[in-house]
Each structure stands twice: as C-alpha cells, then as structure tokens.
Design a protein around this ligand. Sequence first.
Ligand SMILES: [Zn+2]
Length: 233
Amino acid sequence: MIDTLKKIFEIDSEELRLKKWIVPHKELYEKIKIKFDNETAELNTLLEKKNVLDKELRLLEDDITLLSELRKKEEKKLEVITSVKAAKAAETELLSISDKKNAIEEQMLEIMEKTEELEHTLHEKKLEVEKLGTEKKEAEDKLAEGEKNLSERYSKLDTEREELLGRLPIELSRRYKGIIESGIVPAIAIFKEDACQGCRVKLKQNMIAHLKANGHSTCDHCKRILISPFLTN
Ligand SMILES: [Zn+2]
C-alpha cells in the first residue's frame, strides 16, 4: 500500500512538473504576440499617414490642373486684348497664377519628401512585422505541440493514477479524492526531517509513531496523506 501511495505521489509530482514546464512557453508566446500586435498597429498608423499624404498630393495636383486651365484662359484673353489696361490686368493675373502654382509645387515637393521618408520607415516596419509574424507562428506551433504532448501525457497519468487508486482501500482512495477536490495539490506529502514536506509543519511525536506503525498517516496541519520514503511494504 505504501508503494502504491508512493507511485501516486510520483504521478502527481510529474503532473505538477509538466504544468510548470509549459508556463515559459506560454509566456514566450504571449510576449511575442503582444509585440506583434503593437508593431502591426504601428504599421497601420503609418499606412494611414501615407494615405493622407497621397490624398493631399492628389488634391494639389488637381489645383495645378485648375491653375493651368486658368492660365490658358488668361493667355487667350491676351491674344484678343485691345486696351493697355486690360493687358496689364491679364498680365497681373498670369503672374498671380504663376506664384500660386510655384507655392503649390513647393508644397507638393515637401509632401513627396515626407512620403519618401515614410516609405522608408514603412518598409522597415513591414520587415519587422514579417519577422515577428514568423516568430509568433513558431512560438504558437511549439506551444500547440507542447500542449498536445501534455494532454496525451496527462491522460496516461490519469489512467495510471486511477489504476493505482483502485488498489488502495476504498476509504483511503476516497480521502485522496476529497483532498484534491478541496484544492490541496498534491494530496500526498513526504514525511522527512520530522516534518510534512507539503506544509513544512513538524509532526507531533505520537503522529510520527502512528506513521511509523501504520506506514502512512495524515498531516494534522494540511490534511495531506503522509508517507515516509524510508518505509515500504
Ligand atoms: Zn502538512
């Protein structure tokens, strides 16, 4: 019976080890995912900025077209002009159109420079997102594989544990299940250096005597089933 309890204890311990083993894999995946999401959001902001610049540029191009049409009109006026006054007015208008056109072209140049700079940043950001996407996929696959292996291992451990619990007296296996249900995991603890290794509380002498006589006992403090590694049946 003590050997069966020891085996159950080993199974419970392995299950706990496995649960801890998966934690860093989950954390790594979460970390990469957050980074990927942040970089993707930044990429989208940059794309929006580029859209705004493209739109501004198109509007300015339209303005240039309009001004060209205006200039053509004024030039036609000049061809048929009769008075000096009218000629002067047309010339002034043409000059003003030319000034406006120059100002718009300067604005366009500025926007084009900004776009060029932005395209460079966009390229870098796209590469970063791509790289993180690959890393994320790898971490995700590794985690999924780990979780699949774990669930297979868990079900094997469950079967083994069930089989072992079946070998125990019904009262003891019920007690074991009751402890687990109350949230105390693992339900079995080793008795070592006069203390329960589950809660580290020292045992009273009469409990130690009971454990030695019986092969197993119950911790007064945490209610775990206590076994001694030095006792066998
Ligand atoms: Zn205890």
